[in-house]
Write a protein that binds this ligand. Structure first.
Ligand code: IVH
Length: 691
């Protein structure tokens, strides 16, 4: 076969298989026997292996997987993947509705109610109709690229046919449907697929029992099974898990739709799997009726759901409502009541966190709850133990809310053993033995041995290297543990003294990986001041507060000497934060640590938004930039002005030094400049000025 013949054959086979697939999966008609179909597919896979250059980007062979990844590449989300607010009862839901009403003023609005699927959030990018990238949610800012795995989901189109996009082209300006769009949805494993896999494991285990081999573990619940499967490196193995996905959101610049409902209907038509149960609701009572309907009905669905989601239908209104830092104001979820189970309290253990806070954890006799086996529950703090009046060996009720971590909701007093001892909160730190303290107005007990208590030290170092802090990704928890155990690193500043030879001696490190660690640490010295400030781990100084403090105080010395009053005059800084900052800088040990970090070369002053100074040529000059430019875009021109010491202002006044005029500058601006005798510069004149 010549390459040209191969190309033709690959096209024919792909089209043929696509046709049978469509008939089978969309129309439930099997047009040819299974083995014949398998033969076609095998033929295609073989040809594609020989001539990979002719494999179509939406080849049906991608559905069976085959790509094996070494690890997943982390990719930033174009738009952050936020979470949803929660409500748990009718009252909270009505409060949500009241907030919407207030913010939208008098305008009428409607909701779309949907089921809340309990799976894995996905982001899918289509470019020119072709599925090009699929990401997990990750931390919301960036996720893992699991494209090859997602291609094995048969209900996700690998290509959206032009004919579905064309009707949305506006005849007036021939604007096309956005060339790139993103779809959000939930990946899941159906109950059927989950049971089938567990049946297979059962069968395999039967065999293994006879052969005296180690048994396989069963999948705990569909959600965990799905999330595990989506993250498998072998996409052919993923294909065998038969994952599925519902899509519920479409995003792009310049979408031709005004409402969410229109987007959902488009997605349905374009061949995506949209759960058919979404419903437009004219008011919150209609939403309540939807919630009541699905409370019991949802048991019959083919997948797990843990609540419902309500969303404002109109995109314009969504824009008015906007977002908080974590979630949209135009949507919320309603969580169905968590399931309960009764079990026995075996013991209470205590965990020490990065801040020294000691959290009690209940160890329980294993009990099945909402699909998983629960062995532990959080007890929050000492007050919670007192409130429950917990005794050794109590029969307790555990509940698992949406928030995965189960908690104890009550004690069955009828079962309490006579003479059983009351649970008393520990008095000493379980890690280092130091006496615990309770700070004024706080419920938590703390281990005050900040500088000597192992989990606190390790936790602080882990926080220091975290992505949103110094972002040293060559250092994971295990490596830090090894550094700490070998007494190589006892504080973040010690990291900057590490030498390659010291790292090489650790388990699992070779020359290259040791060098990577050192290089990663050195690169972190370029992290801007706000990151360093966050990395220091001052109580209550989170990422946002660190940014606000940076903008307000400019450098560490100003911050160190700021009074309580000065601190609270910074935006978003209240008394609690201000006091914590003061207390931190009052500690000589912290100051010494700071000096070591400074000597290591970390950034302790704001870098004027990473502004690289190029010259002082424009110092004292103000510019109004207007119109369209040839060589640079407007933002680049504005940056150049600042880099050369000038300032940008938005409107022309007698004090303006120059108006920098591109093409299409508005006539009104030009007239005003002329009237006020402000010099009008062309792009070329400006470039001459700075070069
Ligand atoms: S809309 C800003 N709709 O719930 C977030 N999310 O906290 C907008 N989820 O993990 C999300 N079913 O994947 C939306 N019908 C649905 C959903 C849904 C499940 C998940 C989502 C995310 C979480 C949101």
């Amino acid at each position: 076969m010549t390459p040209a013949q191969a190309q033709t054959k690959i096209r024919e086979l792909s089209a043929q298989i696509q046709h049978y697939n469509h008939r089978y999966y969309q129309d439930s008609v099997s047009e040819i026997p299974n083995f014949e179909f398998d033969q076609l597919l095998t033929q295609l896979v073989a040809l594609e292996r020989e001539y990979p250059q002719w494999q179509l980007p939406d080849s049906p062979s991608l559905r069976v997987g085959g790509a094996i990844a070494k690890e997943f590449v982390q990719v930033p989300h174009k738009r952050p993947m936020l979470s949803l607010g929660n409500t748990y009862n009718e009252e909270e839901l009505k409060e949500f509705d009241q907030r919407i009403k207030k913010m939208l003023g008098e305008t009428p609005y409607e909701y779309v109610a949907e089921l809340k699927f309990d799976g894995v959030a996905l982001s899918l990018t289509y470019r020119n109709g072709l599925f090009v990238q699929g990401l997990t949610r990750g931390d919301g800012d960036q996720g893992d690229d699991i494209t090859a795995n997602l291609k094995t989901i048969r209900t996700l189109p690998l290509r959206v046919d032009e004919k579905h996009l064309q009707p949305y082209q506006e005849p007036a300006n021939e604007a096309a449907f956005p060339a790139e769009f993103e779809i959000r949805g939930e990946g899941f494993m159906s109950h059927q697929a989950f049971d089938r896999l567990n049946d297979e494991i059962a069968k395999e285990n039967e065999k293994r029992t006879n052969e005296g081999k180690k048994l396989l573990t069963y999948l705990a619940n569909p959600r965990n099974a799905a999330s595990g499967a989506f993250k498998m490196l072998d996409s052919a193995a993923v294909a065998r898990r038969t994952l599925d996905a519902y899509v519920y959101d479409l995003q792009a610049d310049g979408l031709p739709f005004q409402t969410h409902e229109e987007s959902l209907k488009f997605l349905q038509k374009a061949g995506f799997q949209v759960s058919p149960h979404f419903q437009k609701c004219q008011d919150i009572d209609a939403v309540m009726a939807y919630i009541k309907h699905w409370e019991f009905q949802r048991a019959d669905l083919p997948l797990d759901t843990d609540g419902i989601v309500i969303k404002i239908n109109s995109y314009a209104q969504r824009e008015t409502l906007g977002f908080t830092s974590k979630s949209p104001r135009w949507a919320t979820s309603f969580k169905y009541k968590a399931e309960n189970a009764a079990t026995e309290l075996l013991s209470v253990s205590y965990q020490v966190g990065r801040t020294g806070a000691v959290t009690p954890v209940a160890n329980l006799a294993p009990v099945k709850l909402a699909g998983t086996t629960v062995k532990r529950a959080t007890l929050h703090n000492a007050n919670e133990i007192a409130r429950l009046d917990l005794h050794q060996g109590d029969a307790v009720f555990v509940e698992k809310g949406g928030e995965i971590i189960p908690k104890i909701t009550g004690v069955d007093l009828t079962k309490r053993q006579a003479g059983s001892l009351r649970i008393e909160f520990v008095a000493q730190c379980p890690e280092c033995g130091t006496g615990l303290v309770r700070r004024a107005e706080e419920v938590a007990y703390y281990c005050p041995n900040e500088k000597g208590c192992p989990p606190q030290i390790k936790g602080k170092i882990e926080h220091f290297v975290a992505r949103k802090a110094m972002d040293i990704d060559s250092l994971g928890g295990k490596t830090i543990e090894q550094f700490f155990d070998r007494e190589l690193v006892k504080s973040p500043a010690d990291l900057y003294d590490l030498r390659i030879e010291q790292i090489r001696e650790l388990e699992g490190f070779k020359a290259q990986s040791s060098q990577n660690v050192v290089l990663g640490i050195a690169a972190s010295k370029a992290q801007p001041f706000s990151r360093v400030l966050f990395a220091l781990g001052i109580r209550f100084v989170g990422e946002t507060v660190a940014e606000k403090l940076t903008i307000f105080f400019k450098n560490i010395d100003n911050l160190a000497k700021a009074s309580l009053e000065e601190l609270t005059s910074a935006p978003e800084v209240g008394g609690k934060i201000a006091e914590s900052v003061r207390a931190w800088f009052a500690e000589p040990e912290n100051l010494a640590h700071l000096e070591r970090l400074r000597a290591a070369g970390l950034q302790f002053a704001e870098s004027e938004n990473e502004l690289v100074k190029l010259s002082d040529k424009l110092v004292g000059k103000t510019f109004v930039v207007s119109g369209v430019f040839q060589q640079f875009d407007r933002e680049a021109i504005k940056l150049l002005i600042e880099q050369h010491g000038g300032r940008n202002v938005s409107s022309v006044s007698a004090k303006t030094s120059y108006v920098l005029a591109g093409d299409d500058m508005g006539p009104a601006k030009r007239e005003k400049a002329q009237k006020l005798n402000v010099t009008i510069l062309s792009e070329a004149e400006f470039i001459a000025m700075i070069s």
